[in-house]
Write a new protein. Sequence first.
Length: 105
Amino acid sequence: MGKLLYGPKIVIDLDDQNLFHLDVLIARLRGESFQLHLTAGGAHDGSLLSLAIGPGVSLSMEYYNGPELSLELDVIDKALGMVQSHGFVTVPFTFKRHQEGATGA
């Protein structure tokens, strides 16, 4: 479980796979502002948070198991579309790998 650090006081537990895709999404948007909606863990466990992401916002990510991550470009493309058409994205993302594992048993 990684951590999303937002500003000086907000720490949100987020699994590394979602954290990684959020990291790539932010890099792809190159400073475009958007709202991030997420169900948080840690001190905010179960809370629905809406965070403003953009230039001037202090944001960092701490990965627990970074080397084992894989990128699903279709997840990034879908998230980019959400930001560009609606101005927000919701985390956790839906990954095909997890869906296939759940239905293929």
